[in-house]
Design a protein. Structure first.
Lengths: 114, 114
């Protein structure tokens, strides 16, 4: 029962470095998304995908890229890390983009940019 | 726009006390409403949901009623346990310009003391 798997759990980057946060789900969910969680701000949507080959921007997309080549995987790329990107990142999926479809979350990646 | 307002925490209670966490919302359409719970070191997981006015969602002794007239979805539990210590997020889901818009509150930390 893996659900949504995120790697790595922790990462420290220097300003300007790039990296990819991995996300995989084994529930055959159409919808996948990336959020960042910052203290006192709840969760903010970065990018989302409604199916393989289809991605779109969320509320805070700047500095991040995504792709969806398979149903299972939805990696998040940081192009040139900045201290403002220090956050906890969550990948989440749902069976479809329905109003009542709950999100299934991974356990998060804690990223620090120095 | 869409927004969710939760009471600020932390909320500190003794075991077996009654819990209420307030949540009010504004939405551009007719939303579905959710409560998610986040235990330390984990991602969010669905606690309960309600999809139309006067619906009551319930799970694990927690309840919340969808009140359209007061735009509220307060979370209640009659007798909390130490294991309920976590962060609780209220969220709404609504169609907005052709896509699902999910909005989360900033979260309320609950600490239950033995």
């Amino acid at each position: 029962n893996a659900g949504v798997t995120q790697t790595p759990k922790f990462q420290v980057l220097k300003t300007g470095q790039s990296m990819t946060l991995q996300c995989a789900q084994d529930m055959n969910h159409e919808y996948m998304s990336w959020y960042r969680q910052d203290p006192g701000m709840g969760l903010r949507l970065i990018h989302y995908s409604v199916g393989a080959g289809i991605t779109d921007q969320g509320e805070v997309p700047n500095g991040y890229n995504v792709s969806r080549s398979t149903t299972e995987d939805f990696p998040l790329r940081l192009l040139s890390a900045a201290p403002s990107q220090t956050s906890v990142y969550f990948c989440a999926s749902s069976s479809r983009q329905g109003l009542n479809s709950p999100l299934h979350f991974g356990n998060g990646t804690r990223l620090t940019v120095t | 726009g869409n927004s969710v307002t939760q009471m600020e925490g932390p909320v500190t209670l003794s075991e077996e006390a009654f819990l209420t966490i307030n949540c009010t919302y504004t939405a551009t359409g007719y939303p579905s409403l959710f409560w998610y719970v986040q235990y330390p070191g984990e991602g969010l997981q669905l606690l309960l949901k309600a999809t139309k006015a006067d619906d009551k969602g319930s799970n694990k002794g927690f309840e919340a009623t969808y009140r359209k007239e007061t735009t509220s979805f307060h979370l209640e539990k009659g007798s909390v346990q130490v294991s309920d210590s976590a962060v609780y997020f209220c969220a709404l889901s609504v169609w907005d310009t052709g896509r699902r818009a999910l909005t989360f509150g900033s979260g309320t930390r609950l600490q239950v003391q033995p």
